[in-house]
Ligand binder design. Structure first.
Ligand code: URP
Ligand code: ZN
Ligand code: ZN
Ligand code: ZN
Length: 450
Protein backbone atom coordinates (compact mmCIF):
# COMPACT_ATOMS: atom_id res chain seq x y z
CA UNK A 1 0.00 0.00 0.00
CA UNK A 2 1.00 3.60 -0.39
CA UNK A 3 -0.19 4.73 3.02
CA UNK A 4 -1.60 3.24 6.21
CA UNK A 5 -3.01 5.48 8.91
CA UNK A 6 -2.88 3.32 12.04
CA UNK A 7 -4.67 3.35 15.40
CA UNK A 8 -6.91 6.35 14.73
CA UNK A 9 -10.63 6.74 15.40
CA UNK A 10 -12.58 6.86 12.14
CA UNK A 11 -15.57 9.20 12.12
CA UNK A 12 -18.66 8.54 10.00
CA UNK A 13 -22.10 10.18 10.19
CA UNK A 14 -23.40 7.11 12.04
CA UNK A 15 -20.60 6.40 14.49
CA UNK A 16 -16.95 6.37 15.46
CA UNK A 17 -14.67 3.35 15.69
CA UNK A 18 -10.99 2.54 16.04
CA UNK A 19 -9.42 1.29 12.80
CA UNK A 20 -6.46 1.35 10.46
CA UNK A 21 -7.07 2.94 7.06
CA UNK A 22 -5.14 1.69 4.02
CA UNK A 23 -4.63 3.75 0.86
CA UNK A 24 -3.43 2.75 -2.58
CA UNK A 25 -3.39 4.77 -5.82
CA UNK A 26 -5.37 7.59 -4.26
CA UNK A 27 -8.22 5.39 -3.02
CA UNK A 28 -9.15 3.95 0.35
CA UNK A 29 -8.62 0.21 -0.17
CA UNK A 30 -8.97 -1.26 3.32
CA UNK A 31 -10.37 -0.33 6.72
CA UNK A 32 -9.77 -2.89 9.45
CA UNK A 33 -9.05 -3.23 13.15
CA UNK A 34 -5.45 -3.88 12.13
CA UNK A 35 -3.83 -3.82 8.70
CA UNK A 36 -0.64 -5.85 8.89
CA UNK A 37 0.46 -5.00 5.32
CA UNK A 38 3.60 -3.06 4.45
CA UNK A 39 3.22 0.50 3.20
CA UNK A 40 5.48 3.19 1.79
CA UNK A 41 4.26 5.45 4.58
CA UNK A 42 2.81 4.47 7.94
CA UNK A 43 1.32 7.17 10.13
CA UNK A 44 0.42 6.61 13.77
CA UNK A 45 -2.87 8.34 14.57
CA UNK A 46 -3.32 7.04 18.14
CA UNK A 47 -5.42 9.50 20.11
CA UNK A 48 -6.42 11.25 16.87
CA UNK A 49 -9.54 11.26 14.70
CA UNK A 50 -9.49 10.16 11.07
CA UNK A 51 -12.07 12.12 9.09
CA UNK A 52 -13.18 12.51 5.50
CA UNK A 53 -11.85 15.72 3.95
CA UNK A 54 -14.47 18.42 4.02
CA UNK A 55 -16.34 19.55 0.90
CA UNK A 56 -16.86 23.30 0.70
CA UNK A 57 -19.82 23.69 -1.64
CA UNK A 58 -19.76 27.48 -1.77
CA UNK A 59 -16.68 29.50 -2.71
CA UNK A 60 -15.98 32.56 -4.86
CA UNK A 61 -12.33 32.37 -5.94
CA UNK A 62 -10.97 35.04 -8.29
CA UNK A 63 -14.50 36.34 -8.62
CA UNK A 64 -15.11 39.67 -10.36
CA UNK A 65 -17.39 41.38 -7.85
CA UNK A 66 -17.94 44.71 -6.13
CA UNK A 67 -15.69 46.60 -8.55
CA UNK A 68 -12.73 44.30 -8.01
CA UNK A 69 -11.79 40.61 -7.93
CA UNK A 70 -11.95 38.49 -4.79
CA UNK A 71 -8.43 38.26 -3.44
CA UNK A 72 -7.85 34.49 -3.43
CA UNK A 73 -7.15 32.96 -6.82
CA UNK A 74 -7.63 29.24 -7.36
CA UNK A 75 -4.21 28.44 -5.91
CA UNK A 76 -4.41 30.59 -2.77
CA UNK A 77 -8.00 29.54 -2.07
CA UNK A 78 -7.44 25.82 -2.49
CA UNK A 79 -4.14 26.00 -0.56
CA UNK A 80 -6.02 27.55 2.34
CA UNK A 81 -8.77 24.95 1.97
CA UNK A 82 -6.23 22.11 2.25
CA UNK A 83 -4.77 23.64 5.42
CA UNK A 84 -8.22 23.65 7.00
CA UNK A 85 -8.98 20.02 6.09
CA UNK A 86 -11.10 20.84 3.04
CA UNK A 87 -10.24 18.60 0.11
CA UNK A 88 -12.93 19.57 -2.40
CA UNK A 89 -14.29 22.99 -3.28
CA UNK A 90 -17.20 23.89 -5.50
CA UNK A 91 -16.76 27.35 -6.90
CA UNK A 92 -19.29 29.52 -8.73
CA UNK A 93 -18.65 29.91 -12.44
CA UNK A 94 -20.51 33.07 -13.49
CA UNK A 95 -22.16 32.74 -16.88
CA UNK A 96 -21.56 35.61 -19.31
CA UNK A 97 -24.50 36.92 -21.30
CA UNK A 98 -24.89 34.87 -24.47
CA UNK A 99 -22.62 32.09 -23.18
CA UNK A 100 -23.58 28.43 -23.06
CA UNK A 101 -23.30 26.86 -19.62
CA UNK A 102 -20.65 24.35 -20.73
CA UNK A 103 -18.57 27.20 -22.12
CA UNK A 104 -18.89 28.93 -18.74
CA UNK A 105 -17.56 25.83 -17.03
CA UNK A 106 -14.72 25.36 -19.53
CA UNK A 107 -13.70 29.01 -19.25
CA UNK A 108 -13.37 28.80 -15.46
CA UNK A 109 -11.80 25.35 -15.58
CA UNK A 110 -9.05 26.73 -17.82
CA UNK A 111 -8.22 29.16 -14.99
CA UNK A 112 -8.64 26.67 -12.17
CA UNK A 113 -6.98 23.50 -13.46
CA UNK A 114 -3.36 24.80 -13.48
CA UNK A 115 -3.78 26.29 -10.00
CA UNK A 116 -6.00 24.06 -7.87
CA UNK A 117 -4.25 22.38 -4.95
CA UNK A 118 -7.28 20.22 -4.07
CA UNK A 119 -10.08 18.75 -6.16
CA UNK A 120 -12.77 21.08 -7.37
CA UNK A 121 -15.99 21.46 -9.28
CA UNK A 122 -18.29 24.26 -10.30
CA UNK A 123 -21.85 25.40 -9.96
CA UNK A 124 -22.95 27.59 -12.87
CA UNK A 125 -24.31 30.94 -11.70
CA UNK A 126 -27.01 31.52 -14.29
CA UNK A 127 -27.57 34.97 -15.79
CA UNK A 128 -28.96 34.37 -19.26
CA UNK A 129 -31.45 31.76 -20.47
CA UNK A 130 -32.49 33.56 -23.64
CA UNK A 131 -32.13 32.26 -27.20
CA UNK A 132 -31.85 28.56 -26.34
CA UNK A 133 -29.36 28.99 -23.49
CA UNK A 134 -31.81 27.38 -21.06
CA UNK A 135 -31.30 24.09 -22.90
CA UNK A 136 -27.56 24.27 -22.31
CA UNK A 137 -28.30 23.38 -18.66
CA UNK A 138 -28.79 19.77 -19.74
CA UNK A 139 -25.43 19.85 -21.55
CA UNK A 140 -23.77 21.09 -18.36
CA UNK A 141 -25.40 18.25 -16.42
CA UNK A 142 -24.00 15.75 -18.94
CA UNK A 143 -20.59 17.43 -18.57
CA UNK A 144 -20.63 16.69 -14.83
CA UNK A 145 -22.10 19.88 -13.39
CA UNK A 146 -25.63 19.19 -12.15
CA UNK A 147 -25.85 22.27 -9.91
CA UNK A 148 -26.81 25.83 -10.84
CA UNK A 149 -27.31 28.98 -8.85
CA UNK A 150 -29.48 32.01 -9.19
CA UNK A 151 -29.05 35.27 -7.32
CA UNK A 152 -32.20 37.17 -6.37
CA UNK A 153 -29.95 40.18 -5.63
CA UNK A 154 -27.04 42.13 -7.18
CA UNK A 155 -26.93 43.67 -10.63
CA UNK A 156 -26.31 40.23 -12.15
CA UNK A 157 -29.26 38.66 -10.30
CA UNK A 158 -32.11 37.11 -12.28
CA UNK A 159 -35.75 38.13 -12.34
CA UNK A 160 -38.55 35.91 -11.09
CA UNK A 161 -39.27 34.61 -14.60
CA UNK A 162 -35.74 33.29 -15.09
CA UNK A 163 -35.74 31.75 -11.62
CA UNK A 164 -38.98 29.99 -12.48
CA UNK A 165 -37.60 28.73 -15.81
CA UNK A 166 -34.42 27.28 -14.33
CA UNK A 167 -36.34 25.56 -11.54
CA UNK A 168 -38.58 23.93 -14.12
CA UNK A 169 -35.66 22.95 -16.35
CA UNK A 170 -33.65 21.57 -13.43
CA UNK A 171 -36.44 19.19 -12.59
CA UNK A 172 -36.40 17.76 -16.10
CA UNK A 173 -32.61 17.24 -16.26
CA UNK A 174 -31.79 15.99 -12.73
CA UNK A 175 -30.20 19.22 -11.69
CA UNK A 176 -30.40 21.20 -8.48
CA UNK A 177 -31.00 24.93 -8.26
CA UNK A 178 -29.32 26.90 -5.50
CA UNK A 179 -30.54 30.32 -4.57
CA UNK A 180 -29.18 33.42 -2.86
CA UNK A 181 -32.45 34.64 -1.39
CA UNK A 182 -32.90 38.27 -0.40
CA UNK A 183 -35.41 40.87 -1.60
CA UNK A 184 -33.53 43.15 -3.99
CA UNK A 185 -36.17 45.89 -4.19
CA UNK A 186 -36.56 46.30 -0.44
CA UNK A 187 -32.77 46.44 -0.05
CA UNK A 188 -32.59 49.17 -2.71
CA UNK A 189 -35.38 51.19 -1.08
CA UNK A 190 -33.92 50.96 2.43
CA UNK A 191 -30.40 51.72 1.20
CA UNK A 192 -31.62 54.84 -0.58
CA UNK A 193 -33.33 56.07 2.61
CA UNK A 194 -30.25 55.47 4.77
CA UNK A 195 -27.85 57.18 2.39
CA UNK A 196 -30.18 60.19 2.12
CA UNK A 197 -30.15 60.42 5.93
CA UNK A 198 -26.33 60.20 6.03
CA UNK A 199 -26.48 56.75 7.66
CA UNK A 200 -23.49 55.22 5.96
CA UNK A 201 -21.56 53.01 8.38
CA UNK A 202 -21.46 49.21 8.38
CA UNK A 203 -24.40 48.91 10.78
CA UNK A 204 -26.64 50.21 7.99
CA UNK A 205 -25.52 47.40 5.73
CA UNK A 206 -27.26 45.13 8.23
CA UNK A 207 -30.29 47.41 8.56
CA UNK A 208 -30.64 47.66 4.78
CA UNK A 209 -31.20 43.90 4.65
CA UNK A 210 -32.30 42.64 8.09
CA UNK A 211 -34.05 39.37 8.96
CA UNK A 212 -37.35 39.89 7.12
CA UNK A 213 -35.64 40.89 3.87
CA UNK A 214 -34.00 37.49 3.68
CA UNK A 215 -36.96 35.58 5.12
CA UNK A 216 -39.43 36.92 2.58
CA UNK A 217 -37.20 35.82 -0.30
CA UNK A 218 -36.68 32.39 1.30
CA UNK A 219 -40.43 31.92 1.50
CA UNK A 220 -40.99 33.06 -2.08
CA UNK A 221 -38.26 30.77 -3.42
CA UNK A 222 -39.66 27.84 -1.44
CA UNK A 223 -43.15 28.58 -2.73
CA UNK A 224 -42.01 28.38 -6.37
CA UNK A 225 -40.04 25.18 -5.78
CA UNK A 226 -43.08 23.65 -4.10
CA UNK A 227 -45.38 24.71 -6.93
CA UNK A 228 -43.11 22.98 -9.45
CA UNK A 229 -42.14 20.16 -7.08
CA UNK A 230 -38.54 20.98 -8.02
CA UNK A 231 -35.61 20.51 -5.65
CA UNK A 232 -34.16 23.68 -4.16
CA UNK A 233 -31.04 24.45 -2.12
CA UNK A 234 -30.94 27.71 -0.19
CA UNK A 235 -27.37 28.93 0.20
CA UNK A 236 -26.07 30.77 3.24
CA UNK A 237 -29.33 30.68 5.21
CA UNK A 238 -28.95 33.19 8.04
CA UNK A 239 -32.35 33.95 9.56
CA UNK A 240 -34.84 32.30 11.91
CA UNK A 241 -38.01 32.73 9.83
CA UNK A 242 -36.20 31.20 6.88
CA UNK A 243 -35.31 28.21 9.05
CA UNK A 244 -38.99 27.87 9.97
CA UNK A 245 -40.04 28.01 6.31
CA UNK A 246 -37.49 25.33 5.34
CA UNK A 247 -38.60 23.17 8.28
CA UNK A 248 -42.23 23.33 7.19
CA UNK A 249 -41.45 22.56 3.53
CA UNK A 250 -39.30 19.58 4.56
CA UNK A 251 -42.07 18.31 6.86
CA UNK A 252 -44.47 18.53 3.93
CA UNK A 253 -42.11 16.25 2.02
CA UNK A 254 -40.50 18.70 -0.42
CA UNK A 255 -36.85 18.37 -1.43
CA UNK A 256 -35.66 21.62 0.05
CA UNK A 257 -32.14 21.91 1.43
CA UNK A 258 -30.55 24.61 3.53
CA UNK A 259 -26.89 25.51 3.87
CA UNK A 260 -25.46 27.83 6.47
CA UNK A 261 -21.96 29.15 7.04
CA UNK A 262 -19.76 29.28 10.16
CA UNK A 263 -19.87 33.10 10.26
CA UNK A 264 -23.63 33.01 10.88
CA UNK A 265 -23.11 30.52 13.70
CA UNK A 266 -20.37 32.53 15.40
CA UNK A 267 -21.18 36.21 14.87
CA UNK A 268 -24.27 38.39 15.16
CA UNK A 269 -25.16 41.74 13.61
CA UNK A 270 -23.39 43.38 16.58
CA UNK A 271 -20.14 43.00 14.61
CA UNK A 272 -21.30 45.82 12.32
CA UNK A 273 -20.96 48.23 15.25
CA UNK A 274 -17.25 47.48 15.56
CA UNK A 275 -14.69 49.94 14.14
CA UNK A 276 -13.70 47.20 11.67
CA UNK A 277 -17.38 46.36 10.99
CA UNK A 278 -16.92 46.79 7.24
CA UNK A 279 -14.63 43.74 7.19
CA UNK A 280 -17.69 41.66 8.20
CA UNK A 281 -19.85 43.00 5.38
CA UNK A 282 -21.24 40.10 3.45
CA UNK A 283 -24.67 39.33 2.09
CA UNK A 284 -26.83 38.20 3.67
CA UNK A 285 -25.44 39.96 6.73
CA UNK A 286 -25.01 38.35 10.13
CA UNK A 287 -28.31 38.55 11.97
CA UNK A 288 -29.46 38.82 15.59
CA UNK A 289 -28.88 36.32 18.40
CA UNK A 290 -32.30 34.68 17.91
CA UNK A 291 -31.40 33.77 14.34
CA UNK A 292 -27.96 32.53 15.40
CA UNK A 293 -29.57 30.21 17.95
CA UNK A 294 -32.17 29.06 15.41
CA UNK A 295 -29.38 28.06 13.02
CA UNK A 296 -27.61 25.96 15.66
CA UNK A 297 -30.91 24.37 16.51
CA UNK A 298 -31.60 23.62 12.83
CA UNK A 299 -28.22 21.92 12.62
CA UNK A 300 -29.08 19.61 15.45
CA UNK A 301 -32.58 18.84 14.12
CA UNK A 302 -31.22 18.13 10.63
CA UNK A 303 -33.12 20.96 8.92
CA UNK A 304 -29.80 22.45 7.82
CA UNK A 305 -28.08 19.87 5.63
CA UNK A 306 -24.74 21.44 4.85
CA UNK A 307 -22.07 23.85 6.00
CA UNK A 308 -20.12 25.88 3.45
CA UNK A 309 -18.01 29.00 3.70
CA UNK A 310 -19.10 31.49 1.01
CA UNK A 311 -15.38 32.31 0.94
CA UNK A 312 -15.10 35.62 -0.92
CA UNK A 313 -12.28 37.68 0.60
CA UNK A 314 -11.27 41.23 -0.21
CA UNK A 315 -8.16 43.07 0.95
CA UNK A 316 -8.39 45.74 3.67
CA UNK A 317 -7.83 48.56 1.19
CA UNK A 318 -10.81 47.31 -0.82
CA UNK A 319 -13.03 47.03 2.26
CA UNK A 320 -11.89 50.58 3.11
CA UNK A 321 -13.51 51.92 -0.07
CA UNK A 322 -16.70 51.83 1.95
CA UNK A 323 -15.57 53.36 5.24
CA UNK A 324 -17.84 56.33 4.57
CA UNK A 325 -20.46 54.45 2.53
CA UNK A 326 -21.39 50.85 3.26
CA UNK A 327 -22.59 50.34 -0.33
CA UNK A 328 -19.00 50.68 -1.56
CA UNK A 329 -17.68 47.78 0.53
CA UNK A 330 -17.16 44.66 -1.62
CA UNK A 331 -19.40 42.00 -0.06
CA UNK A 332 -17.72 38.89 1.26
CA UNK A 333 -15.35 37.46 3.86
CA UNK A 334 -12.64 34.82 4.10
CA UNK A 335 -13.45 31.48 5.71
CA UNK A 336 -12.32 28.59 3.51
CA UNK A 337 -9.68 27.49 6.06
CA UNK A 338 -11.94 27.86 9.07
CA UNK A 339 -15.09 25.83 8.43
CA UNK A 340 -13.97 22.32 9.33
CA UNK A 341 -11.81 23.34 12.31
CA UNK A 342 -14.67 25.48 13.62
CA UNK A 343 -17.32 22.76 13.31
CA UNK A 344 -15.00 20.11 14.72
CA UNK A 345 -14.19 22.36 17.67
CA UNK A 346 -17.94 22.74 18.21
CA UNK A 347 -18.10 18.94 18.32
CA UNK A 348 -15.14 18.77 20.67
CA UNK A 349 -16.96 21.18 22.97
CA UNK A 350 -20.13 19.05 22.89
CA UNK A 351 -22.28 21.56 20.98
CA UNK A 352 -22.76 19.03 18.18
CA UNK A 353 -21.35 15.53 17.69
CA UNK A 354 -18.33 14.66 15.56
CA UNK A 355 -20.68 12.51 13.50
CA UNK A 356 -22.79 15.60 12.82
CA UNK A 357 -19.75 17.66 11.83
CA UNK A 358 -18.78 15.02 9.28
CA UNK A 359 -22.35 14.76 8.00
CA UNK A 360 -22.66 18.54 7.49
CA UNK A 361 -19.20 19.20 6.07
CA UNK A 362 -18.57 16.04 4.02
CA UNK A 363 -21.28 13.37 3.69
CA UNK A 364 -24.24 15.62 2.92
CA UNK A 365 -22.53 17.92 0.40
CA UNK A 366 -21.23 14.78 -1.38
CA UNK A 367 -24.74 13.32 -1.54
CA UNK A 368 -26.65 16.49 -2.41
CA UNK A 369 -24.18 17.66 -5.06
CA UNK A 370 -23.81 14.17 -6.57
CA UNK A 371 -20.17 13.68 -5.71
CA UNK A 372 -19.94 9.92 -5.49
CA UNK A 373 -16.23 9.40 -4.85
CA UNK A 374 -15.94 11.69 -1.87
CA UNK A 375 -17.30 12.63 1.53
CA UNK A 376 -16.68 9.46 3.56
CA UNK A 377 -13.96 7.28 5.03
CA UNK A 378 -15.09 4.18 3.17
CA UNK A 379 -13.41 1.57 0.99
CA UNK A 380 -13.60 2.69 -2.64
CA UNK A 381 -13.79 6.41 -1.91
CA UNK A 382 -11.03 8.86 -2.76
CA UNK A 383 -8.43 9.00 0.02
CA UNK A 384 -9.31 12.56 0.98
CA UNK A 385 -8.49 12.28 4.66
CA UNK A 386 -7.89 14.51 7.64
CA UNK A 387 -6.09 13.61 10.84
CA UNK A 388 -7.44 15.69 13.71
CA UNK A 389 -5.84 16.22 17.10
CA UNK A 390 -8.66 16.84 19.59
CA UNK A 391 -6.20 18.20 22.17
CA UNK A 392 -4.36 20.74 20.02
CA UNK A 393 -5.26 24.33 20.90
CA UNK A 394 -5.27 26.81 18.04
CA UNK A 395 -6.00 30.53 18.02
CA UNK A 396 -6.80 31.85 14.57
CA UNK A 397 -4.57 34.73 13.46
CA UNK A 398 -4.22 35.89 9.89
CA UNK A 399 -0.49 35.17 9.80
CA UNK A 400 -1.28 31.47 10.36
CA UNK A 401 -3.83 31.39 7.52
CA UNK A 402 -2.91 30.34 3.98
CA UNK A 403 -5.18 32.71 2.08
CA UNK A 404 -3.74 35.74 0.25
CA UNK A 405 -6.11 38.04 2.13
CA UNK A 406 -4.49 40.45 4.61
CA UNK A 407 -7.08 40.04 7.37
CA UNK A 408 -9.66 37.60 8.67
CA UNK A 409 -12.94 38.05 10.52
CA UNK A 410 -11.87 34.99 12.52
CA UNK A 411 -8.88 36.79 14.08
CA UNK A 412 -8.51 35.80 17.75
CA UNK A 413 -11.08 32.99 17.75
CA UNK A 414 -9.71 30.07 19.78
CA UNK A 415 -10.42 26.44 18.91
CA UNK A 416 -9.78 23.38 21.05
CA UNK A 417 -8.70 20.69 18.61
CA UNK A 418 -7.27 21.23 15.12
CA UNK A 419 -6.38 19.27 11.96
CA UNK A 420 -2.74 18.18 11.85
CA UNK A 421 -2.68 16.53 8.41
CA UNK A 422 -4.72 16.58 5.21
CA UNK A 423 -4.44 14.09 2.34
CA UNK A 424 -5.88 14.71 -1.11
CA UNK A 425 -6.30 11.41 -3.00
CA UNK A 426 -3.65 9.93 -0.73
CA UNK A 427 -1.14 12.74 -1.20
CA UNK A 428 -0.13 14.76 1.87
CA UNK A 429 -1.08 18.39 1.22
CA UNK A 430 -0.99 19.84 4.75
CA UNK A 431 1.01 18.94 7.84
CA UNK A 432 1.36 20.72 11.20
CA UNK A 433 0.47 24.21 10.07
CA UNK A 434 2.25 24.06 6.70
CA UNK A 435 0.95 23.64 3.17
CA UNK A 436 2.96 20.82 1.58
CA UNK A 437 0.80 20.27 -1.49
CA UNK A 438 1.25 21.28 -5.06
CA UNK A 439 -0.22 23.84 -7.42
CA UNK A 440 -2.20 22.01 -10.14
CA UNK A 441 -2.64 18.79 -8.15
CA UNK A 442 -6.42 19.27 -7.90
CA UNK A 443 -8.67 17.62 -10.47
CA UNK A 444 -12.08 18.52 -11.83
CA UNK A 445 -14.73 16.37 -10.12
CA UNK A 446 -17.42 15.16 -12.50
CA UNK A 447 -20.73 14.80 -10.68
CA UNK A 448 -24.19 13.36 -11.23
CA UNK A 449 -27.35 13.57 -9.11
CA UNK A 450 -28.67 10.22 -10.39
O1 URP B 1 -21.24 38.71 0.50
C1 URP B 1 -21.13 37.68 -0.13
N1 URP B 1 -21.76 36.62 0.28
N2 URP B 1 -20.33 37.66 -1.22
C2 URP B 1 -20.23 36.61 -2.16
C3 URP B 1 -21.38 36.59 -3.12
C4 URP B 1 -22.58 35.94 -2.52
O2 URP B 1 -23.57 36.60 -2.29
O3 URP B 1 -22.59 34.74 -2.26
ZN1 ZN C 1 -24.78 34.84 -1.94
ZN1 ZN D 1 -21.68 33.21 -2.08
ZN1 ZN E 1 -9.70 18.34 25.31
Amino acid sequence: MDLIIKNGTVVTPSGMYKADVGVQDGKIVEIAASIPAEAKEVVDAAGKLVLPGAIDGHTHLAMPFGGTISSDDYFAGTRAAACGGTTTVFDFAMQDFGESMVDTIKRRDAMCAPDAAVDYGFHVAVKDVSGGLLDTMAEAVAYGVPTFKVFMVYDFGVDDGVFYQVLEKAKSCNALIEVHAENRDIIAARTKEFLAEGKTDAWYHYLSRPEFVEAEADMRAIQWAKSLDAPLYIVHLANKQGVEAVTKAQQEGYEIYAETCPQYLEFTSEVYKRPDGRNFICSPPMKGEESRQALWNAINTGVISTLATDHCPFQSYEKDWGKDDFTKVPNGCAGIENMYPYMLAAANAGKITFEKAVELCAANPARIFGCKDKGAVEVGKDADLVIYDPELDFTITNDKMHSDCDHTIWEGVSLHGYPIATYSRGRLVYRDGEFVGERGWGRFVKRSRI
